[in-house]
Ligand binder design. Structure first.
Ligand code: ADP
Length: 526
């Protein structure tokens, strides 16, 4: 999963969807993968600038493997990219910079939302009802050559801003440099903003992003846990970083496979002496996410529900009043500490032990272990809204085809027999396409494909190729699309920058992909 959401992989996955569904995927800034697409980036920016000299864009360069703002910088022109040496060793994504973010107290902020990917097959997605808002610590100004290097103005990373003298640790969840997202929504609502719309746009962004990621994930998953074999039930908590634009449109910045679950922060007691102190905002949001993920994933829950149906029937009435929530959270935290200590094989430190009364009350609800828990904070959004989004799962269906015709379970390559079966089942063979011709086609496609991909020690159609290593549909996907009425021209659009630069003659960027109109279509609001 970590690989799937690296900056380059995410950009590729979203770009495939942008090519197929440009309107639906306009929540992700236009991006280029460096160093492969450097020339393309230069040429496309030049073309737009030539067409509209008043256009003064800003771009943000982000190293692929970076996190916490590491190595990120802003540029005004492609020629400002620090190409020398670094990009070859450290690939990156360069992205349009969102110049007009929504500001609160004159500061830029982003949103960290926790998303639970409960299951891949069938797809089940949950979103936490509250998230974190992380603030910059220097008043925002639109990018200008003089302020491009002001990280406290442009980057919202907590790990960076914590080092600013202006960072405010607050005892409240609605003030300071880290707040709950719900407090921001409250504030917007009091100004008349339609926050239901903001939420539904965010939910739609999350579902669409997961849909973009699942095809490749599915192929990897089946190779690790082949169907029919008992395996662990996997789940993943993802951290979505989202920016709200001035017009309240949410923009996806990145997806984090290992979001920080820390609920404390360091405080400098005296020069050089630090202590970890609880962070109220983090506790409020993260404890609920972990607690409810465990509740949802609990493999024994079904059994218990069947065993004690009456207890679970009146569960609703057992929730403590809101005023008790904080003490309940503390109890949960203590429980989490117990689990952590037990996992580490450490004895419990006495201060981590929950007070006897808490334990007693926990076991008093003993008949129902969830008796004392607040209502669940994770909201199911898929399959709940499946009807609205299923049409986007085209590449997912290709992945299913790919998996189905792999031949040997647990492999990631489609062999000649699988390819034959695929052709036969899709009724693509006819008088003019004999099985011998299918075999030749297989060899031809494999050869051509291998020459396009970087890694090609083995023969066979590789998993990356099912949706394309460079934003290109695989031969299987290609045949699938053809059989679904896609024209060669439209497919050519998808094949885009399919070859590595070394294997490609320099050529003019195709107008089809890059016109001022297209640019506007993808980025109508910047
Ligand atoms: P990292 O993984 O290093 O945190 P991000 O992609 O989250 O990288 O970017 C770091 C910060 O840079 C974000 O929190 C956000 O404030 C800012 N940022 C990233 N991409 C953009 C963008 N396209 N437009 C405006 N700001 C951005």
């Amino acid at each position: 999963m970590t690989e799937m959401v690296r900056k380059i992989t995410l950009s590729r996955a979203v770009r495939i969807m942008q090519n197929l569904f440009p309107e639906e995927y306009n929540f992700y800034p236009r991006s280029w993968i460096l160093p492969d697409e450097f020339q393309l980036f230069v040429a496309q920016v030049r073309m737009v600038k030539d067409g509209d000299p008043s256009w003064k864009p800003t771009f943000i360069v982000k190293p692929d493997s970076g996190c916490q703002g590491d190595g990120i910088y802003l540029i005004k022109d492609p020629s400002d990219i620090r190409l020398a040496g670094t990009l070859q060793s450290r690939p990156a994504v360069v992205q349009e910079y969102i110049c007009k973010p929504l500001l609160i107290d004159k500061l830029k902020f982003d949103i960290r939302l926790y998303v639970l990917l409960k299951s891949l097959e069938p797809l089940e997605i949950y979103i936490a009802k509250d998230g974190l808002s992380r603030f910059c610590t220097e008043p925002y100004q639109e990018p200008h050559p003089r302020n491009l290097h002001h990280i406290f103005m442009h980057l919202t990373n907590y790990s960076l801003n914590i080092h600013s003298g202006n960072f405010v640790h607050s005892d409240s969840t609605s003030t300071g440099s880290k707040r709950t997202f719900s407090s921001i929504l409250c504030r917007l609502s009091s100004k008349g903003v339609d926050i239901k719309k903001v939420w539904s746009d965010i939910i739609s962004l999350v579902i669409k992003t997961v849909i973009a990621l699942t095809p490749e994930l599915r192929v990897f998953y089946q190779s690790d846990i082949p169907a029919g074999r008992p395996g662990p039930t996997c789940f993943q908590i993802l951290g979505f970083d989202i920016l709200l634009m001035k017009n309240l449109k949410p923009i996806l910045l990145e997806v984090n496979a290992n979001p920080s679950m820390r609920i404390e922060h360091e405080q400098e007691l005296s020069p050089g002496v630090f202590e970890n102190v609880p962070s109220l905002v983090d506790e409020e949001v993260k404890v609920a996410v972990i607690r409810d993920t465990l509740r949802l994933m609990d493999p024994f829950k079904k059994k218990r529900e069947n065993h004690f149906p009456d207890i679970y029937m009146d569960r609703k009435h057992r929730f403590p009043p809101v005023s008790d929530r904080m003490s309940s959270l503390k109890l949960q935290l203590s429980k989490l500490s117990i689990v952590r200590s037990q996992q580490l094989g450490k004895p419990l430190a006495s201060k981590e032990e929950p007070p006897d009364s808490d334990l007693a009350s926990a076991s008093a609800g003993g008949a129902s272990p969830e008796g004392h828990l607040p209502s669940i904070c994770l909201k199911q959004v898929f399959p709940k809204y499946a009807k609205q989004f299923n049409y986007l799962r085209l590449v997912d269906r290709m992945a299913n085809l790919f998996i189905r015709f792999l031949g040997i379970k647990g492999t990631m390559k489609l062999g000649p027999t699988g390819f034959r079966t695929f052709i036969r089942n899709c009724k693509l063979s006819s008088g003019s396409l004999s099985m011998a011709a299918v075999d030749i086609l297989y060899i031809d496609i494999t050869r051509r494909w291998n020459s396009m991909t970087v890694v090609h020690q083995d023969s066979g159609l590789r998993p990356g190729s099912s949706f394309g290593p460079r934003c290109t549909p695989s031969p299987v996907a290609w045949l699938f699309l053809r059989s679904h009425g896609w024209t060669t021209t439209r497919l050519a659009g998808l094949r885009g920058a399919a070859q590595p630069l070394s294997a490609r003659k320099p050529r003019k960027p195709r107008k089809l992909l890059w016109t001022r109109r297209c640019w506007k279509q993808h980025t109508p609001i910047y």
